[in-house]
Design a protein around this ligand. Structure first.
Ligand code: WT7
Length: 650
C-alpha cells in the first residue's frame, strides 16, 4: 500500500528515541520489562492480572472461554458500580472521587462517600421509574457530574447505558434511541458553550417525536433562571434524588459477559455502528490499562480532557480511573473560554499528576503559544498522554517540552471505540519513546499489518489488524457474527484463526513499534471524532437542488483531518450561496454542528471512472493539493482542472 493514499497521510515519525526518566521509572506501577514475556508465556492466563484489579462476587472459572464465542473471565460475577464506588469506601471514603470544573471557575467535588450516596439515590429513582436489569437508558448530557453518576447508577442495577454526545443533533439521538430500543432518557434543560446557552431539552423534545414508543425522561436543571416545563412522563433529577435520599440499592451481580453499556460510533454505512462493552472484560481491561499505561494510583489527581459522550470519557474519565480509586477531574468548558489559560489553571489548581488529551488540542495550544503554560505551575505533572489521532512529532515535542518540562514521559495511545481501551502504546516506565509512533502493542496484545489479501506486510505499511482477542473486546466481536471477520468465516472459537480488522493503515518498524497512518475506510477523523462519509453524504443529497455529493477527508493543521464536501447541483440550482447554506443546515440538523464541512466545493460533474464510480481518492488528492498523476481511468478528465481551480480559490 502506498502511504500517500487518501486517509493515510504522510506523518512519518522522527527517528529520535527518548528514554523514560529514572525518576519516573522508580515510582511507576509497571516498570519491569518482563511483563511482556509474562504475557507471551502464559496467554491468556496472564490476563488474571487485569481481573485481579477488581473485586468479584464470584471468581471466574476460566480466563477465556471460547466454545460459544469468546467469554472473558467466564463464570465470574461482579458489579461495575460496586467496583468503582463501594469498594473504595473502606480506605478512602473522604477522598475526592470526582473533581468537577465548571465553565466559569465554578467547581463541585464528590468524595467517594458522596458519590456512593448519589449513585444509590439515583439508582433507586431509576428502579422506581421502572428501569430493570438489561433495559437501555439513553443519556444525552453535557459534561456535568450527573452524567457519570447516572452511568454508575445504571451499572448498579444492571441497566445498560447508551450515552449520546450532547453535540449530536436531535435526529442522531432519535436514531440511536430507536436502534437500541431505549425507552428511558436522561437529559438536561441545557448547558453553556462558550458563554451561550445550548437548549438541549429542546433537541431531546424534537427527537422524542420520532422515537418509537413512549419515553420516560429525567431532566437535570443546569441552566440558571431557565424554567423548562416538564411533561407527563418527565421527571426532575433533583426531585427524584431527594425523594430517595439515603436509600440503598444492592449492586446487582452481573455475569462478566453481561453488557455494561452500548455506544454508537460511525462506520462505513449510513447508520451508526453499535458497540457493546462487557461488564467483566471491559472493566478489567480499562482498569489494567489505566494502571499500566496511564500509571494511575489512588492518591493521584488525574485529568482526561475528553468528553464523557465519547469512548475516551467512558473508559478513562469514568470507569478506569474510578475502578482504581483515584481522583478524576471532569471539565465542562472549552479550553479557551473565557481565556486560553483554562487548561493550565485547572492543572495548577488541582495539582494534576497525569494529563491525557488529544493531538488536536495540543496543536491548538501550540498555536496559542508557549507563554500560556509557562505562566502556570505545572510541576505536579508526572505523565502526559495523547489519544484520538496520529500526533505529529512537532506537536509531540512541544507537549513534552512546554507542558511536561521535558521530564514527563508522553504516551501516545492508539485504540478505538471498538477496542474499549488502549491496545498500542509504550509502557511509560519500560519502553523508549519515539515521537510520532504510538509504540508496541501492549503486553498480551498482538497486532499485525497485512496487505489486501491478509498476507503479512509489516514494513511498507498496510492494514492494521488485531490478531488475538483481548478482555476489552466488545460483544460484537465476542460473538463473532455481527461484524464479519476479514476473509472467510473461520470459527471465533479458535483464537488463532481470528483477526479484527481495525480499518487503520499502519506500519511497524524494526523495533516492533506501530505508526498509525490513519483510517483506510470511509471514516473521517476530525479532531479525534469519527464521522462516516456516508452519513454526511446522505444528509447533503437530501438538500433540494443537490444532484450528487461526495465527502472526503482533507488534511488540516489543527484538526488533523477536515471534511471536504464536493457537490454537483441540479440544473437550475446554480445559486451557490443558497445551496451552501442549505447544505450546512442539513448537516447540522442530521448529525450536528461538529460535522460541519470545512469546505463545500461545487462542481458541475463528479469525476467518475468509466464504470460510473465517483473517484473519491482523486477528490481527496485535490483537497490536499497532491499531484494527481494519471487520469486515464476517468470518463470525464476535463472536470478535474475545473475542480482544482475552485479548491485553490478558497
Ligand atoms: C480512530 C478511533 C480511541 C478513543 C478516541 C477515538 C484514531 C486513535 C490514535 C493514536 C493515531 C489514533 C484511529 C482509530 N486514533 N488513537 N494514538 N494515533 N490514530 O476513538 O472515535 O473510535 O476513533 O482514532 O484512526 O481508528 P474512535
Amino acid at each position: 500500500m502506498d502511504a500517500n493514499e487518501p486517509g493515510l497521510g504522510t506523518n512519518r515519525p522522527a527517528s529520535e528515541r527518548l528514554e523514560p526518566p529514572d525518576s519516573f521509572v522508580a515510582q511507576a506501577n509497571v516498570a519491569d520489562p518482563a511483563v511482556y514475556a509474562a504475557f507471551e508465556e502464559n496467554w491468556p492466563g496472564a490476563w488474571e492480572r487485569a481481573g485481579d484489579l477488581l473485586e468479584w462476587d464470584r471468581p471466574h472459572e476460566r480466563v477465556l472461554g471460547a466454545e460459544d464465542g469468546f467469554r472473558w473471565f467466564q463464570g465470574g460475577r461482579l458489579n461495575a458500580c460496586y467496583n468503582c464506588v463501594d469498594r473504595h469506601l473502606a480506605d478512602r471514603k473522604n477522598q475526592v472521587a470526582l473533581a468537577w470544573e465548571g465553565r466559569n471557575g465554578e467547581s463541585r467535588t464528590y468524595t467517594y462517600l458522596e458519590l456512593y450516596h448519589e449513585v444509590n439515590e439515583f439508582a433507586a429513582a431509576l428502579r422506581e421509574l421502572g428501569v430493570e436489569e438489561g433495559d437501555v437508558v439513553t443519556m444525552y448530557m453535557p459534561m456535568i457530574p450527573e452524567l457519570p453518576v447516572a452511568m454508575l447508577s445504571c451499572a448498579r442495577i444492571g441497566a445498560v447505558h447508551s450515552v449520546v454526545y450532547a453535540g449530536f443533533a436531535a435526529d442522531a439521538l432519535a436514531t440511536r434511541m430507536n436502534a437500541a430500543d431505549s425507552a428511558y432518557l436522561l437529559t438536561c434543560d441545557g448547558y453553556y458553550r462558550r458563554g451561550d446557552a445550548v437548549l438541549l431539552k429542546n433537541k431531546a423534545d424534537t427527537a422524542a417525536v420520532t422515537v418509537d414508543g413512549d419515553v420516560t425522561s429525567v431532566v437535570v436543571d443546569r441552566l440558571d433562571g431557565y424554567d423548562c416545563s416538564l411533561g407527563a412522563d418527565e421527571h426532575d433529577y433533583d426531585e427524584l434524588v431527594c425523594a430517595h435520599a439515603r436509600e440503598r440499592v444492592d449492586p446487582v451481580r452481573r455475569r462478566a459477559s453481561d453488557d455494561l453499556f452500548i455506544i454508537y460510533t460511525s462506520g462505513t454505512t449510513g447508520t451508526p455502528k453499535k458497540v457493546t462493552h462487557t461488564t467483566g472484560g471491559y472493566l478489567s481491561y480499562v482498569a489494567w490499562t489505566a494502571r499500566a499505561v496511564l500509571d494511575i494510583r489512588p492518591e493521584d489527581t488525574y485529568w482526561c480532557s475528553a468528553d464523557v459522550g465519547w469512548i475516551t470519557g467512558h473508559s478513562y474519565i469514568v470507569y478506569g480511573p474510578l475502578a482504581l480509586g483515584t481522583t478524576t477531574v471532569m471539565y465542562e468548558g472549552a479550553p479557551d473560554h473565557p481565556e486560553k489559560t483554562r487548561i493550565w489553571e485547572i492543572i495548577e489548581r488541582n495539582a494534576v499528576d497525569i494529563f491525557y488529551t488529544a493531538p488536536t488540542a495540543i496543536r491548538a495550544f501550540m498555536k496559542w503559544g508557549a507563554e500560556y503554560p509557562a505562566d502556570y505551575d505545572l510541576s505536579s505533572l508526572r505523565l502526559l498522554g495523547t489519544v484520538g489521532e496520529p500526533i505529529n512529532p512537532r506537536a509531540w515535542e512541544w507537549y513534552h517540552e512546554h507542558v511536561g518540562r521535558g521530564e514527563c514521559p508522553v504516551v501516545d495511545t492508539w485504540w478505538q471505540t471498538e477496542t474499549g481501551g488502549i491496545l498500542v502504546s509504550t509502557l511509560p516506565a519500560v519502553s523508549d519513546m519515539k515521537p510520532g509512533t504510538a509504540g508496541p502493542p501492549l503486553p498480551g496484545i498482538s497486532v499485525s499489518v497485512v496487505d489486501d489479501r491478509g498476507g503479512i506486510e509489516a514494513r511498507e505499511g498496510g492494514y492494521l489488524v488485531v490478531d488475538r482477542p483481548w478482555p476489552g473486546m466488545p460483544q460484537e466481536l465476542c460473538e463473532g457474527r455481527r461484524w464479519a471477520n476479514r476473509g472467510d468465516d473461520r470459527s471465533p472459537a479458535d483464537p488463532t484463526a481470528w483477526t479484527y480488522p481495525t480499518e487503520d493503515g499502519a506500519f511497524v518498524d524494526k523495533d516492533g513499534y506501530v505508526t498509525i497512518l490513519g483510517r483506510v475506510d470511509d471514516v473521517i477523523n476530525v479532531s479525534g471524532h469519527r464521522f462516516g462519509t456516508m452519513e454526511i453524504e446522505s444528509a447533503i443529497v437530501d438538500v433540494e437542488g443537490v444532484a450528487e455529493a461526495a465527502v472526503v477527508s482533507g488534511d488540516h493543521d489543527v484538526h488533523g483531518k477536515a471534511i471536504y464536501a464536493y457537490v454537483s447541483p441540479e440544473d437550475g440550482h446554480e445559486r451557490q450561496d443558497a445551496l451552501r447554506e442549505g447544505i450546512v443546515a442539513a448537516v447540522k440538523e442530521s448529525i450536528g454542528p461538529i460535522a460541519r464541512p470545512e469546505a463545500i466545493v461545487f462542481t458541475p460533474e463528479m469525476p467518475k471512472t468509466r464504470s460510473g464510480k465517483i473517484m473519491r481518492r482523486l477528490l481527496a488528492d485535490i483537497a490536499n493539493g497532491e499531484d494527481l498523476g494519471d487520469l486515464s481511468a476517468l470518463r470525464n478528465p476535463e472536470v478535474v482542472g475545473e475542480i482544482e481551480s475552485t479548491v485553490e480559490e478558497r
